[in-house]
Design a binder for this molecule. Structure first.
Ligand SMILES: Cc1cc2nc3c(=O)[nH]c(=O)nc-3n(C[C@H](O)[C@H](O)[C@H](O)COP(=O)(O)O)c2cc1C
Length: 316
C-alpha cells in the first residue's frame, strides 16, 4: 500500500537519503534507490560537470527515481536547476534560501519540488506556492541546522500542512521511522545512518570516528551567529567555539569553518576538518550494506507499528 509520499515519488519505502555535501553521489544514491528507498545527489561546492556526470552515472546504476539537492546560496544554482530540467530528474530538494522563484520552471519540467523548511511560516508559504512536499529538519541533524527540535517541528507543522511532510533530524532506525509515521509524517529523510553504508564514499576515518562516538560527542558550532552546524567534537570545534564565545567576528569564524566538511569527508582529516553527523550516535556502530540498513529499518518499523495498538490499552 502506498502513502502520499511513496505515491508522489513512486518509491517503495518512505525513506529519503538526504543530500550530504561532498559525500552523496551516484554510488550511494543508486544503492538507496535499488534498496526501495530513494537518494539525493548533493551539489554543494560542486561544479556543473560533476553534477551532470553523477546524474548520468546514477541513471546507469538504477532505473528508479532519485533527486538532486539545490543549495540556494550557491552561485551556480541556476545552472544546476537548468541541468536538472534537461536531465529530467524526478525531484529536487531545495534549501538555504528562497525556493519559490524556481517553482515555475521546475513545474514546467515535471520535476517534483521538495523544499527544506525550518518553521511553520515557511512551510505554509511553500505549500501555498505549489510545493509538492516539504522536508522539515530538526536540530538533532548532522550538518547545517535550524532552531527547532524534530519533536517540536512534528508538533508545530504537521497538523497545519496538507502536502506530504518528510521529517529529518536524529532518525536513524525503525523506531524513528515508526514514530514519525505515527506523528503524521509521510516519510523520513536520513543522512547520518547512511554515512555508515558500505556504498558511502565518505573517508574511512570519518566512519571510524562516528562508530566510536557516543551520545554526548556531537556539538554545534556557529549557533550564536545563526549558522549552526552539527558535527563531532575535535580540535577544530574546540578552536571555533573558543573564538565564537570570545566574540570573534563572523568573517574570522566563517573563514576558519570554510572547507572543513570536505577536509574530513574527502581528505580524512578528522582533527582539523568537521565530521558532520547528527545527535543520534549510539545506534551508529557498524558498517552495513545499504540494503541491510533499509531492510533493518523497515522490519523494525513494521514490528513497532504492529505492536503499537497494544500500547493504547495503557490509556484505556
Ligand atoms: C555530512 C552531512 C552533509 C550534509 N549536507 C547537506 C547538504 O549539502 N544539503 C542539505 O540540504 N542537507 C545536508 N545535510 C542534511 C541531510 O540531508 C539530512 O537532512 C540530515 O542528515 C538528517 O539528519 P540526521 O543526520 O540526523 O539523519 C547534511 C548532513 C550531513 C550529515
Amino acid at each position: 500500500m502506498q502513502n502520499k509520499l511513496t505515491k508522489l515519488l513512486n518509491i517503495k519505502y518512505p525513506i529519503i537519503q538526504g543530500a550530504m555535501a561532498w559525500i552523496s553521489e551516484s554510488t550511494l544514491v543508486s544503492s538507496l534507490c535499488n534498496a526501495g528507498a530513494t537518494g539525493v545527489i548533493a551539489t554543494g561546492g560542486r561544479d556543473i560537470s560533476f553534477v551532470r556526470d553523477e546524474i548520468r552515472k546514477t541513471k546507469e546504476l538504477t532505473n528508479k527515481p532519485f533527486g538532486v539537492n539545490i543549495m540556494l546560496m550557491a552561485d551556480n544554482k541556476e545552472e544546476i536547476i537548468k541541468l536538472c530540467c534537461e536531465e529530467k530528474v524526478s525531484f529536487v530538494t531545495l534549501g538555504a534560501g528562497n525556493p519559490v522563484p524556481y517553482f515555475e520552471v521546475l513545474k514546467e519540467n515535471n520535476i517534483k519540488i521538495i523544499p527544506v523548511v525550518p518553521n511553520l511560516k515557511l512551510a505554509k508559504r511553500v505549500e501555498q506556492k505549489g510545493a509538492d512536499a516539504i522536508i522539515i529538519e530538526g536540530m538533532e541533524a548532522g550538518g547545517h541546522i535550524g532552531k527547532q527540535t524534530t519533536m517540536a517541528l512534528l508538533e508545530n507543522v504537521i497538523p497545519n500542512i496538507n502536502i506530504p511532510v518528510v521529517i529529518a533530524g536524529g532518525i536513524v532506525d525503525g523506531r524513528g521511522l515508526a514514530s514519525a509515521l505515527l506523528m503524521g509524517a509521510s516519510g523520513v529523510q536520513m543522512g547520518s545512518r547512511f554515512l555508515l553504508s558500505s556504498s558511502c564514499l565518505v573517508h574511512q576515518n570519518s566512519k571510524d570516528m562516528i562508530i566510536n562516538a557516543t551520545d554526548t560527542d556531537s556539538i554545534v558550532t556557529g549557533y550564536s551567529r545563526n549558522h549552526g552546524v552539527r558535527g563531532l567534537k575535535n580540535d577544530f570545534t574546540n578552536k571555533f567555539l573558543e573564538l565564537e564565545i570570545s566574540g570573534a567576528k563572523n568573517e574570522e569564524l566563517f573563514k576558519l569553518a570554510t572547507g572543513t566538511n570536505k577536509k574530513a569527508a574527502v581528505d580524512g582529516d578528522i582533527k582539523n576538518g568537521l565530521v558532520q553527523v547528527g545527535q543520534s550516535l549510539v545506534p551508529l556502530n557498524k558498517i552495513q550494506t545499504t540494503k541491510e540498513i533499509i531492510d533493518e529499518i523497515i522490519n523494525e518499523a513494521i514490528e513497532k507499528l504492529d505492536n503499537a495498538s497494544k500500547l493504547s490499552s495503557y490509556l484505556k
